[in-house]
Design a protein around this ligand. Structure first.
Ligand SMILES: Cc1cc2nc3c(=O)[nH]c(=O)nc-3n(C[C@H](O)[C@H](O)[C@H](O)COP(=O)(O)OP(=O)(O)OC[C@H]3O[C@@H](n4cnc5c(N)ncnc54)[C@H](O)[C@@H]3O)c2cc1C
Length: 418
Protein backbone atom coordinates (compact mmCIF):
# COMPACT_ATOMS: atom_id res chain seq x y z
CA UNK A 1 0.00 0.00 0.00
CA UNK A 2 1.25 3.53 -0.81
CA UNK A 3 1.73 5.91 2.12
CA UNK A 4 0.61 9.47 1.50
CA UNK A 5 2.50 12.48 2.87
CA UNK A 6 0.17 15.51 2.63
CA UNK A 7 2.03 17.95 4.90
CA UNK A 8 1.85 21.69 4.32
CA UNK A 9 5.60 21.85 3.71
CA UNK A 10 4.85 20.75 0.19
CA UNK A 11 3.62 24.15 -1.04
CA UNK A 12 5.69 26.07 -3.61
CA UNK A 13 5.40 29.00 -5.99
CA UNK A 14 6.37 26.77 -8.90
CA UNK A 15 6.75 23.02 -9.35
CA UNK A 16 8.83 21.82 -12.29
CA UNK A 17 8.72 18.17 -13.32
CA UNK A 18 11.78 17.02 -15.31
CA UNK A 19 15.44 17.83 -14.65
CA UNK A 20 16.80 18.06 -18.22
CA UNK A 21 18.08 21.38 -19.62
CA UNK A 22 14.57 22.87 -19.90
CA UNK A 23 13.55 22.04 -16.33
CA UNK A 24 16.89 22.90 -14.72
CA UNK A 25 17.20 26.23 -16.54
CA UNK A 26 13.60 27.19 -15.66
CA UNK A 27 14.34 26.38 -12.02
CA UNK A 28 17.63 28.34 -11.89
CA UNK A 29 16.11 31.46 -13.48
CA UNK A 30 13.04 31.33 -11.20
CA UNK A 31 15.18 30.92 -8.09
CA UNK A 32 17.14 34.01 -9.17
CA UNK A 33 13.79 35.87 -9.20
CA UNK A 34 13.22 34.77 -5.58
CA UNK A 35 10.57 32.12 -6.28
CA UNK A 36 10.15 29.06 -4.07
CA UNK A 37 10.76 26.23 -6.52
CA UNK A 38 10.51 22.43 -6.41
CA UNK A 39 12.09 20.40 -9.21
CA UNK A 40 11.18 16.69 -9.37
CA UNK A 41 13.17 14.32 -11.58
CA UNK A 42 12.41 10.61 -12.02
CA UNK A 43 16.04 9.50 -12.45
CA UNK A 44 19.21 9.74 -10.35
CA UNK A 45 21.82 11.99 -12.02
CA UNK A 46 24.28 11.62 -13.69
CA UNK A 47 22.44 9.49 -16.18
CA UNK A 48 23.05 8.81 -19.89
CA UNK A 49 20.55 10.41 -22.25
CA UNK A 50 19.62 9.71 -25.83
CA UNK A 51 20.90 12.79 -27.67
CA UNK A 52 23.55 13.73 -30.27
CA UNK A 53 25.32 15.74 -27.52
CA UNK A 54 26.11 18.56 -29.95
CA UNK A 55 25.75 21.72 -27.86
CA UNK A 56 25.35 24.59 -30.32
CA UNK A 57 27.42 27.77 -29.80
CA UNK A 58 24.41 29.86 -28.70
CA UNK A 59 23.98 27.65 -25.60
CA UNK A 60 27.13 29.12 -24.09
CA UNK A 61 25.47 32.52 -23.59
CA UNK A 62 22.68 30.66 -21.73
CA UNK A 63 25.26 28.83 -19.59
CA UNK A 64 26.75 32.22 -18.70
CA UNK A 65 23.35 33.58 -17.58
CA UNK A 66 22.73 30.37 -15.63
CA UNK A 67 26.07 30.72 -13.85
CA UNK A 68 27.57 27.46 -15.18
CA UNK A 69 29.75 28.56 -18.08
CA UNK A 70 33.10 27.82 -16.37
CA UNK A 71 31.94 24.40 -15.18
CA UNK A 72 30.68 23.49 -18.68
CA UNK A 73 33.79 24.66 -20.53
CA UNK A 74 36.08 22.91 -18.02
CA UNK A 75 34.24 19.58 -18.24
CA UNK A 76 36.52 18.12 -20.92
CA UNK A 77 34.17 18.66 -23.88
CA UNK A 78 35.42 18.85 -27.45
CA UNK A 79 35.24 21.88 -29.79
CA UNK A 80 33.10 21.21 -32.85
CA UNK A 81 33.89 23.69 -35.62
CA UNK A 82 31.52 22.42 -38.32
CA UNK A 83 28.79 19.98 -39.24
CA UNK A 84 29.26 18.00 -42.44
CA UNK A 85 26.22 16.35 -44.05
CA UNK A 86 26.95 13.25 -46.18
CA UNK A 87 24.67 11.83 -48.88
CA UNK A 88 24.35 8.05 -49.17
CA UNK A 89 26.83 8.11 -52.03
CA UNK A 90 29.42 10.09 -50.05
CA UNK A 91 28.95 13.69 -51.32
CA UNK A 92 29.22 16.27 -48.57
CA UNK A 93 27.89 19.71 -47.60
CA UNK A 94 29.37 21.60 -44.66
CA UNK A 95 27.92 24.15 -42.23
CA UNK A 96 30.45 25.97 -39.98
CA UNK A 97 29.29 26.20 -36.35
CA UNK A 98 30.00 29.96 -36.51
CA UNK A 99 26.99 30.37 -38.86
CA UNK A 100 24.62 29.15 -36.15
CA UNK A 101 25.10 32.30 -34.07
CA UNK A 102 26.33 32.64 -30.53
CA UNK A 103 27.79 35.73 -28.94
CA UNK A 104 30.24 34.03 -26.55
CA UNK A 105 31.69 31.33 -28.78
CA UNK A 106 31.87 30.51 -32.48
CA UNK A 107 32.26 26.74 -32.05
CA UNK A 108 29.89 24.11 -30.72
CA UNK A 109 30.71 21.86 -27.76
CA UNK A 110 30.66 18.06 -27.73
CA UNK A 111 29.84 17.08 -24.16
CA UNK A 112 27.87 14.14 -22.80
CA UNK A 113 24.40 14.79 -21.44
CA UNK A 114 25.34 12.87 -18.29
CA UNK A 115 27.91 15.60 -17.56
CA UNK A 116 25.96 18.61 -18.82
CA UNK A 117 22.66 17.78 -17.14
CA UNK A 118 24.30 16.94 -13.82
CA UNK A 119 26.06 20.33 -13.75
CA UNK A 120 22.82 22.18 -14.45
CA UNK A 121 20.90 20.24 -11.79
CA UNK A 122 23.62 20.79 -9.24
CA UNK A 123 23.55 24.55 -10.01
CA UNK A 124 19.77 24.53 -9.40
CA UNK A 125 20.37 22.99 -5.98
CA UNK A 126 23.10 25.58 -5.22
CA UNK A 127 20.78 28.52 -5.94
CA UNK A 128 18.12 27.23 -3.55
CA UNK A 129 15.84 25.03 -5.65
CA UNK A 130 14.47 21.99 -3.80
CA UNK A 131 15.62 19.18 -6.09
CA UNK A 132 14.13 15.71 -5.67
CA UNK A 133 15.73 12.95 -7.72
CA UNK A 134 14.21 9.48 -8.15
CA UNK A 135 10.82 11.14 -7.70
CA UNK A 136 8.59 10.49 -10.70
CA UNK A 137 5.40 12.48 -11.05
CA UNK A 138 2.53 10.00 -10.83
CA UNK A 139 -0.44 12.36 -11.03
CA UNK A 140 -1.74 15.91 -11.25
CA UNK A 141 -3.81 17.84 -8.73
CA UNK A 142 -6.59 19.48 -10.75
CA UNK A 143 -9.20 21.75 -9.17
CA UNK A 144 -11.72 23.95 -10.94
CA UNK A 145 -10.19 23.26 -14.34
CA UNK A 146 -6.75 24.36 -13.17
CA UNK A 147 -3.63 22.35 -12.37
CA UNK A 148 -2.72 23.08 -8.74
CA UNK A 149 0.21 20.73 -8.28
CA UNK A 150 1.43 17.18 -8.66
CA UNK A 151 1.67 13.86 -6.87
CA UNK A 152 5.19 12.48 -6.62
CA UNK A 153 6.28 9.02 -5.65
CA UNK A 154 9.60 8.36 -3.95
CA UNK A 155 10.69 5.24 -2.05
CA UNK A 156 7.10 3.95 -1.89
CA UNK A 157 5.77 7.20 -0.41
CA UNK A 158 3.34 9.29 -2.40
CA UNK A 159 3.53 12.99 -1.76
CA UNK A 160 1.07 15.71 -2.82
CA UNK A 161 2.86 18.97 -3.68
CA UNK A 162 0.95 22.13 -4.48
CA UNK A 163 1.99 25.24 -6.40
CA UNK A 164 0.58 28.28 -8.13
CA UNK A 165 2.17 27.17 -11.39
CA UNK A 166 3.28 23.73 -12.57
CA UNK A 167 5.77 23.31 -15.42
CA UNK A 168 5.94 20.21 -17.62
CA UNK A 169 9.65 19.76 -18.49
CA UNK A 170 9.42 16.01 -19.01
CA UNK A 171 10.78 16.08 -22.56
CA UNK A 172 9.24 14.19 -25.45
CA UNK A 173 7.19 12.02 -23.09
CA UNK A 174 5.07 15.10 -22.19
CA UNK A 175 4.27 13.10 -19.09
CA UNK A 176 2.12 15.81 -17.47
CA UNK A 177 0.39 17.15 -20.57
CA UNK A 178 -0.60 13.61 -21.52
CA UNK A 179 -2.55 13.32 -18.29
CA UNK A 180 -5.00 16.02 -19.34
CA UNK A 181 -8.14 14.96 -21.15
CA UNK A 182 -10.72 17.27 -22.62
CA UNK A 183 -13.72 15.10 -21.74
CA UNK A 184 -15.54 16.79 -18.86
CA UNK A 185 -16.15 14.83 -15.67
CA UNK A 186 -19.72 14.65 -14.23
CA UNK A 187 -19.33 17.88 -12.23
CA UNK A 188 -17.75 19.91 -15.00
CA UNK A 189 -14.19 19.31 -13.78
CA UNK A 190 -11.49 18.07 -16.07
CA UNK A 191 -10.38 14.61 -15.18
CA UNK A 192 -6.81 13.53 -15.20
CA UNK A 193 -6.28 10.84 -17.76
CA UNK A 194 -3.46 9.29 -19.75
CA UNK A 195 -3.97 9.90 -23.46
CA UNK A 196 -2.99 7.22 -25.94
CA UNK A 197 0.11 7.55 -28.12
CA UNK A 198 0.27 7.30 -31.90
CA UNK A 199 2.13 4.29 -33.31
CA UNK A 200 5.77 5.37 -33.65
CA UNK A 201 7.20 5.26 -37.17
CA UNK A 202 10.80 6.03 -36.16
CA UNK A 203 13.25 4.64 -33.63
CA UNK A 204 16.27 6.54 -32.26
CA UNK A 205 19.45 4.94 -30.91
CA UNK A 206 22.50 6.30 -29.13
CA UNK A 207 25.77 4.97 -27.80
CA UNK A 208 29.39 6.05 -27.29
CA UNK A 209 32.12 4.63 -29.51
CA UNK A 210 35.89 4.38 -29.52
CA UNK A 211 38.15 4.12 -32.54
CA UNK A 212 35.97 6.01 -35.00
CA UNK A 213 37.47 7.70 -38.04
CA UNK A 214 35.50 10.92 -38.42
CA UNK A 215 37.27 14.22 -39.10
CA UNK A 216 38.51 15.89 -35.92
CA UNK A 217 36.38 18.84 -34.82
CA UNK A 218 33.50 17.91 -37.12
CA UNK A 219 30.04 16.59 -36.41
CA UNK A 220 29.21 14.27 -39.30
CA UNK A 221 25.61 13.61 -40.35
CA UNK A 222 24.87 10.57 -42.52
CA UNK A 223 21.68 10.22 -44.55
CA UNK A 224 20.32 6.82 -45.54
CA UNK A 225 16.96 5.32 -46.50
CA UNK A 226 14.37 6.20 -43.86
CA UNK A 227 16.54 8.32 -41.56
CA UNK A 228 19.83 9.92 -40.62
CA UNK A 229 22.47 9.71 -37.90
CA UNK A 230 25.27 11.80 -36.43
CA UNK A 231 28.79 11.10 -35.22
CA UNK A 232 30.44 13.71 -33.01
CA UNK A 233 33.24 13.66 -30.42
CA UNK A 234 32.56 14.08 -26.71
CA UNK A 235 34.83 14.07 -23.65
CA UNK A 236 37.12 11.16 -22.76
CA UNK A 237 38.26 10.33 -26.31
CA UNK A 238 34.84 8.93 -27.21
CA UNK A 239 32.42 9.73 -29.99
CA UNK A 240 28.66 9.95 -29.76
CA UNK A 241 26.75 7.98 -32.36
CA UNK A 242 23.07 8.87 -32.41
CA UNK A 243 20.73 7.91 -35.24
CA UNK A 244 17.13 7.64 -36.33
CA UNK A 245 15.86 4.72 -38.41
CA UNK A 246 12.48 3.72 -39.80
CA UNK A 247 10.63 1.47 -37.33
CA UNK A 248 10.08 -1.12 -40.09
CA UNK A 249 13.87 -1.34 -40.70
CA UNK A 250 14.48 -1.78 -36.97
CA UNK A 251 11.78 -4.47 -36.67
CA UNK A 252 13.29 -6.31 -39.63
CA UNK A 253 16.55 -6.55 -37.63
CA UNK A 254 14.87 -7.75 -34.47
CA UNK A 255 15.54 -4.39 -32.75
CA UNK A 256 19.28 -5.16 -32.61
CA UNK A 257 20.98 -1.72 -32.40
CA UNK A 258 24.40 -2.89 -33.58
CA UNK A 259 22.84 -4.61 -36.59
CA UNK A 260 20.83 -1.49 -37.47
CA UNK A 261 24.08 0.48 -37.29
CA UNK A 262 25.90 -1.96 -39.58
CA UNK A 263 23.13 -2.59 -42.08
CA UNK A 264 21.22 0.71 -42.16
CA UNK A 265 23.51 3.53 -40.99
CA UNK A 266 26.58 2.08 -42.69
CA UNK A 267 24.72 1.84 -46.00
CA UNK A 268 25.94 5.45 -46.17
CA UNK A 269 29.40 5.24 -47.76
CA UNK A 270 31.02 7.76 -45.41
CA UNK A 271 29.55 6.05 -42.32
CA UNK A 272 30.91 2.71 -43.56
CA UNK A 273 34.41 4.32 -43.49
CA UNK A 274 34.17 6.13 -40.16
CA UNK A 275 32.38 3.36 -38.22
CA UNK A 276 34.04 0.33 -39.81
CA UNK A 277 36.54 -0.26 -36.96
CA UNK A 278 34.55 1.41 -34.16
CA UNK A 279 34.05 -0.26 -30.76
CA UNK A 280 30.90 0.28 -28.71
CA UNK A 281 31.93 1.40 -25.21
CA UNK A 282 28.62 2.35 -23.55
CA UNK A 283 25.15 0.88 -23.35
CA UNK A 284 22.83 1.38 -26.31
CA UNK A 285 19.89 3.65 -25.55
CA UNK A 286 16.80 3.34 -27.69
CA UNK A 287 13.53 5.24 -27.90
CA UNK A 288 10.53 5.09 -30.22
CA UNK A 289 9.66 8.44 -31.80
CA UNK A 290 6.23 9.51 -32.95
CA UNK A 291 7.15 12.69 -34.74
CA UNK A 292 8.84 16.08 -34.33
CA UNK A 293 7.18 19.46 -34.19
CA UNK A 294 4.70 21.29 -32.07
CA UNK A 295 3.05 20.22 -28.87
CA UNK A 296 1.09 22.60 -26.65
CA UNK A 297 2.81 25.39 -24.70
CA UNK A 298 -0.14 25.58 -22.29
CA UNK A 299 -1.77 22.15 -22.00
CA UNK A 300 -4.12 23.37 -19.24
CA UNK A 301 -4.59 26.46 -17.09
CA UNK A 302 -1.92 26.31 -14.38
CA UNK A 303 0.29 23.97 -16.44
CA UNK A 304 2.92 25.40 -18.80
CA UNK A 305 5.26 23.31 -20.97
CA UNK A 306 8.92 23.93 -21.83
CA UNK A 307 11.62 22.25 -23.92
CA UNK A 308 10.61 19.12 -25.81
CA UNK A 309 7.41 18.90 -23.78
CA UNK A 310 6.26 22.05 -25.61
CA UNK A 311 7.78 21.33 -29.07
CA UNK A 312 10.52 19.04 -30.27
CA UNK A 313 12.63 20.49 -33.04
CA UNK A 314 14.28 18.10 -35.51
CA UNK A 315 17.68 16.75 -34.37
CA UNK A 316 19.44 17.65 -37.67
CA UNK A 317 19.17 21.31 -36.58
CA UNK A 318 21.32 20.61 -33.50
CA UNK A 319 19.13 23.09 -31.62
CA UNK A 320 16.94 21.02 -29.27
CA UNK A 321 19.00 21.90 -26.22
CA UNK A 322 19.08 25.53 -27.30
CA UNK A 323 15.26 25.56 -27.46
CA UNK A 324 15.13 23.87 -24.06
CA UNK A 325 17.34 26.60 -22.53
CA UNK A 326 15.54 29.42 -24.39
CA UNK A 327 12.06 28.26 -23.40
CA UNK A 328 13.21 27.73 -19.80
CA UNK A 329 14.39 31.33 -19.68
CA UNK A 330 11.21 32.60 -21.34
CA UNK A 331 8.79 30.74 -19.07
CA UNK A 332 10.72 31.84 -15.97
CA UNK A 333 10.55 35.47 -17.04
CA UNK A 334 6.77 35.29 -17.67
CA UNK A 335 6.03 33.39 -14.42
CA UNK A 336 8.26 35.68 -12.34
CA UNK A 337 6.47 38.77 -13.65
CA UNK A 338 3.07 37.31 -12.75
CA UNK A 339 4.23 36.10 -9.33
CA UNK A 340 5.58 39.52 -8.39
CA UNK A 341 2.57 41.45 -9.67
CA UNK A 342 0.14 39.18 -7.76
CA UNK A 343 1.79 37.91 -4.59
CA UNK A 344 -1.47 36.54 -3.18
CA UNK A 345 -3.70 35.34 -5.97
CA UNK A 346 -2.43 34.88 -9.47
CA UNK A 347 -4.47 35.24 -12.64
CA UNK A 348 -3.62 31.90 -14.24
CA UNK A 349 -5.53 32.72 -17.42
CA UNK A 350 -3.56 35.85 -18.23
CA UNK A 351 -0.33 34.01 -17.38
CA UNK A 352 -1.31 31.26 -19.84
CA UNK A 353 -2.28 33.80 -22.55
CA UNK A 354 0.97 35.70 -22.21
CA UNK A 355 3.14 32.57 -22.29
CA UNK A 356 1.27 31.13 -25.29
CA UNK A 357 1.68 34.38 -27.24
CA UNK A 358 5.34 34.86 -26.36
CA UNK A 359 6.12 31.21 -27.09
CA UNK A 360 4.59 31.55 -30.57
CA UNK A 361 6.44 34.80 -31.21
CA UNK A 362 9.77 33.26 -30.17
CA UNK A 363 9.55 29.78 -31.69
CA UNK A 364 6.70 29.76 -34.25
CA UNK A 365 8.72 30.71 -37.34
CA UNK A 366 11.59 28.29 -36.78
CA UNK A 367 9.18 25.42 -36.09
CA UNK A 368 7.40 26.17 -39.38
CA UNK A 369 10.72 26.25 -41.25
CA UNK A 370 11.71 22.91 -39.69
CA UNK A 371 8.42 21.36 -40.80
CA UNK A 372 9.37 22.24 -44.43
CA UNK A 373 12.95 21.00 -43.99
CA UNK A 374 11.71 17.78 -42.34
CA UNK A 375 9.73 16.91 -45.45
CA UNK A 376 12.88 17.37 -47.52
CA UNK A 377 15.05 15.41 -45.04
CA UNK A 378 12.79 12.35 -45.08
CA UNK A 379 11.94 12.49 -48.80
CA UNK A 380 13.63 9.79 -50.86
CA UNK A 381 16.37 10.09 -51.97
CA UNK A 382 17.45 11.94 -48.83
CA UNK A 383 19.86 14.76 -49.60
CA UNK A 384 20.60 13.56 -53.10
CA UNK A 385 23.86 14.20 -54.93
CA UNK A 386 22.13 16.88 -57.03
CA UNK A 387 20.86 18.70 -53.94
CA UNK A 388 24.32 18.47 -52.37
CA UNK A 389 25.93 19.98 -55.49
CA UNK A 390 23.37 22.80 -55.50
CA UNK A 391 23.93 23.58 -51.82
CA UNK A 392 27.70 23.41 -52.26
CA UNK A 393 27.45 26.01 -55.00
CA UNK A 394 26.10 28.63 -52.60
CA UNK A 395 27.46 29.29 -49.14
CA UNK A 396 24.79 32.02 -48.89
CA UNK A 397 21.92 29.54 -49.25
CA UNK A 398 23.49 27.13 -46.75
CA UNK A 399 23.94 29.96 -44.29
CA UNK A 400 20.30 31.14 -44.66
CA UNK A 401 19.04 27.56 -44.13
CA UNK A 402 21.26 27.06 -41.05
CA UNK A 403 20.15 30.39 -39.57
CA UNK A 404 16.48 29.62 -40.33
CA UNK A 405 16.43 26.96 -37.61
CA UNK A 406 17.33 29.64 -35.05
CA UNK A 407 15.88 32.82 -33.60
CA UNK A 408 15.72 35.64 -36.17
CA UNK A 409 16.66 33.46 -39.17
CA UNK A 410 13.38 31.49 -39.04
CA UNK A 411 11.32 34.67 -39.12
CA UNK A 412 13.30 36.04 -42.09
CA UNK A 413 12.80 32.87 -44.17
CA UNK A 414 9.12 32.54 -43.20
CA UNK A 415 8.56 36.15 -44.40
CA UNK A 416 10.21 35.35 -47.76
CA UNK A 417 7.92 32.32 -48.27
CA UNK A 418 4.70 34.26 -47.64
C1 LIG B 1 17.89 11.37 -31.88
C2 LIG B 1 18.02 12.71 -31.24
C3 LIG B 1 19.24 13.40 -31.28
C4 LIG B 1 19.34 14.68 -30.73
N1 LIG B 1 20.53 15.34 -30.79
C5 LIG B 1 20.62 16.62 -30.34
C6 LIG B 1 21.84 17.34 -30.42
O1 LIG B 1 22.86 16.83 -30.86
N2 LIG B 1 21.84 18.64 -29.98
C7 LIG B 1 20.73 19.24 -29.46
O2 LIG B 1 20.79 20.42 -29.09
N3 LIG B 1 19.58 18.55 -29.32
C8 LIG B 1 19.50 17.26 -29.74
N4 LIG B 1 18.34 16.56 -29.59
C9 LIG B 1 17.22 17.20 -28.89
C10 LIG B 1 17.50 17.26 -27.39
O3 LIG B 1 17.88 16.00 -26.91
C11 LIG B 1 16.23 17.73 -26.67
O4 LIG B 1 15.71 18.84 -27.35
C12 LIG B 1 16.50 18.09 -25.22
O5 LIG B 1 16.92 16.96 -24.50
C13 LIG B 1 15.22 18.65 -24.58
O6 LIG B 1 15.47 18.92 -23.24
P1 LIG B 1 14.27 18.83 -22.17
O7 LIG B 1 14.82 19.30 -20.89
O8 LIG B 1 13.05 19.48 -22.73
O9 LIG B 1 13.90 17.28 -22.09
P2 LIG B 1 14.81 16.05 -21.64
O10 LIG B 1 16.22 16.32 -21.88
O11 LIG B 1 14.19 14.87 -22.31
O12 LIG B 1 14.59 15.97 -20.07
C14 LIG B 1 13.36 15.54 -19.53
C15 LIG B 1 13.61 15.02 -18.12
O13 LIG B 1 12.33 14.74 -17.53
C16 LIG B 1 12.43 13.54 -16.78
N5 LIG B 1 11.08 12.97 -16.66
C17 LIG B 1 10.32 12.42 -17.64
N6 LIG B 1 9.15 11.99 -17.13
C18 LIG B 1 9.15 12.29 -15.82
C19 LIG B 1 8.21 12.10 -14.77
N7 LIG B 1 7.02 11.52 -14.97
N8 LIG B 1 8.54 12.51 -13.53
C20 LIG B 1 9.76 13.11 -13.28
N9 LIG B 1 10.68 13.31 -14.25
C21 LIG B 1 10.38 12.91 -15.51
C22 LIG B 1 13.39 12.68 -17.58
O14 LIG B 1 13.99 11.67 -16.81
C23 LIG B 1 14.39 13.73 -18.09
O15 LIG B 1 15.51 13.85 -17.23
C24 LIG B 1 18.21 15.27 -30.11
C25 LIG B 1 17.00 14.57 -30.04
C26 LIG B 1 16.91 13.30 -30.59
C27 LIG B 1 15.59 12.58 -30.50
Amino acid sequence: MTNIDASNDNVYDVIIVGGGPAGASTAIHLAAHGARVLLAEQKKFPRPKLCGEFISPECVAHFARLGVVEQMLAAGGVEVAETVFYTRGGQSVNVPSAWLGGTHRRVALGLSRATMDERLLSRARDVGVTVLEESPCCGLIIEQESVRGVRLKAAGVERACRARVTVDATGRSRALARRIITAAAPHGERREHRTTRARPSLVAFKTHLENTRGDQGACEIYFYRGGYGGLSEVEGGRSNLCFIAAARDVRARGGDAARVMREVVMSNKRAARTLGEARVCAEWLCVALETFGRGEAVPQTGLLAVGDAASSIDPFTGSGMLMALESGELVAEVIARHLSSARRSMDSTSLADEYRARYEERFGARLRVCAWLRRAAFAPPVLSGAAASLLNASAGVRRVLARATRRGGGEALARQRT
